[in-house]
Write a protein that binds this ligand. Sequence first.
Ligand code: KDG
Length: 362
Amino acid sequence: MKTTTRSPRTLPLRRSLVSLLTAGVLGLGSLSAAAATEMPPLPEVKGDVVQGNGKDYSLKFNIGLTQSSAQYRGLEYFKKIVEKRSDGHIQVQMFHSAQLGDDLQSVSALQAGTLEMTSPSTSPMVNMFPQFAVFDLPFLFPKPEVADKVLDGEIGQRMLKEASTKGLVAIGWSENGYRQLTNSKRPVSKPADLEGLKIRTMQNPIHLDIWRTLGANPTPMSFAELFTALEQHVVDGQENPWITIKSSKFNEVQQYATETNHVYTPFITLVSERFWNRLPADYQQLLRDAAKQMGDYERHVSRSMNDQIKQELADEGMQITELTPAQVKVFQDKLEPVYADWRDKIGGDLIDSIRQAASSAQ
Ligand code: KDG
């Protein structure tokens, strides 16, 4: 086990002195630039202008993560593609930080036709689409390439078709990412360290099973309520990808983190069927193309920044525990019962086909 940290008292002071000096030269604006990790530049828009039917459309796209998330960066690219290739006939309004509701509220708004698009995590939607629960099984995706192979392959495309119902049209995948545990109480390097820790999970039965099986005391909660619950010690900990821990400032209320990579969570890109049916076919295809390009770019942003963000969190005083393969195995073995509990409900064939994809990608 390796612990990465710097004594919180010294580093920020020294760093701000350096930044102040350079800012003195470069002006205040660069202060935050010096501190924050740069997002990869938005790619050029590929593809010709689409004819459409000459009518104008306004599209509200709401997400749950903040403006400094990889998800929002992906959405900026989506807006650039759609507005350029529709020659401005489709205008995209972007909303972040659950401004128009959290994941489940956004999905309901799509079904009601009061919102046009959103990209929730699959985890809160397993009651609506039980097949999504496969993504919540621990340690199923050993590396991101396996997730890409599954999501961009037959399984992922079939799931998009299956999720195009109940007033929704599912048109693409993007990446929430590999989840890491954080808490405000103590370093965690083995399941026993979780004893009595109140851990917030997504509203998802497998995640509750995971943390209960590991010995913690899990409680489901909407992402929109999480920061306040951590700040007020309603819960002791939570788990999310490094980029979400940073972009949602969880490190300001969480001292300890453990690099568990215990679950890979995808985002699914959804359109309101009512809005979809008003679009001409070539604009529908434009949204599909843009969702694919948004997903690929967002994955690139999420992965290219992962290690950098983790180092920044350590630089800013977070005590990060990196587990050895043997320590990860202890968590994996302790979670085997979760597979036994959920295999039949999710479907053994689906799990085995993903495990096959994983082994052939090794
Ligand atoms: O809209 C934001 C949620 O999709 C996302 O962050 C879910 O990872 C998530 C969490 O922890 O709720």
